[in-house]
Design a protein around this ligand. Structure first.
Ligand code: HEC
Length: 112
């Protein structure tokens, strides 16, 4: 019985430790996205400005999404070419933790 309780506690705490970290995501986004996107403006750079990204419709054509949210952004950032074969957004893979943190940061920016 006590063994089960311990297991439940351990599983519970590890999921807290894995929760997305928006502050870290902002740092990762600066490193991984800023070379091609303004993060604080709607102005186009190599790609569209990403200010207000979370919760708005895509400005690019050819993606099967109505809205940029946690699901569509995770698909896009996992492999843009899998979503839109001829896209010009070519990036090295972003691991799951970095994607989750980047998306949490965009979601946090939504209210600003
Ligand atoms: C090498 C340049 C490059 C990098 C790095 C890059 N992108 Fe892009 N991104 C683009 C281009 C170019 C487009 C337009 C793609 C198209 O029209 O198919 C785009 C489009 C997008 C869009 C669609 C925007 C809209 O208004 O619909 C999102 C979202 C996006 N990028 C997010 C990101 C994020 C987040 C990062 C960092 C993790 C990132 N990109 C890194 C070049 C880049």
């Amino acid at each position: 019985m006590r063994g089960w309780l311990l297991l439940v506690l351990l599983v519970g705490s590890s999921s807290v430790a894995l929760a997305a970290d928006a502050a870290r995501g902002g740092v990762v986004a600066s490193v991984r996205c800023k070379q091609c996107h303004h993060l604080d403006s709607h102005a186009r750079s190599i790609g569209p400005g990403l200010l207000g990204l979370y919760g708005r419709a895509p400005t690019i054509t050819g993606v099967p999404f109505d809205i940029w949210d946690a699901v569509s952004l995770d698909l896009w950032l996992t492999d843009p070419r899998a979503v839109k074969p001829n896209t010009r957004m070519a990036i090295p893979p972003i691991n799951a933790r970095d994607r989750a943190d980047i998306i949490a940061w965009f979601e946090q920016q939504r209210s600003r």
